[in-house]
Design a protein around this ligand. Sequence first.
Ligand code: GRF
Length: 187
Amino acid sequence: MACRLVILASGTGTIAQAIIDAHELDIEVVAVLSDQVASQVLERARTAGIPNECIPVGNSRNQWNSEIIEKTAAFEPDLVVSAGFMRILPPDFVHRFPTINIHPSLLPDFPGAHAVRDALAAGVLTTGSTVHWVDAGVDTGPIITQMQVPVLPGDDEITLHERIKKIERGLMVTTIALILPTLEQHV
Ligand code: GRF
């Protein structure tokens, strides 16, 4: 049976799209969830005919924490993929669902929300991307795969992030293929 996958994303969703288009993988994208009502990723899900929902963070973070767990659980995922999801998932979430995240730096270097900017500011000549298991920390879980990307003279945050995102799409799809045989599936 295909692996049931829930994607979490906040933005343009090009990595989510690469997963949706990866027909060679034995997966079914059962839902795309976002915290941003206007995010392009929700439009991508609609176009692909994938159930999708926005779960905005309102006044109560505790309520959002319960909601994201409930709504994800309803789709019975074997794997959750955070692909540009700009929220920290509650510990109860990551203990319940095997979850991976893609981060635009070579972790443990440059964790957090400004990884590309921080790498440029540090003057590194090489940065990259990391796919890792999500634990209760911020970008701290066990690393699964990484790929290097050069920083080129004249790069700014936008050009460097675009170069990183070009490899992230393939890195994510390849990483899902690698871990699929290790996952327990709902029967
Ligand atoms: C990627 O760089 C990913 O590493 C980071 O957010 C970006 C998502 O890009 N966490 P997109 O929205 O899939 O185009």
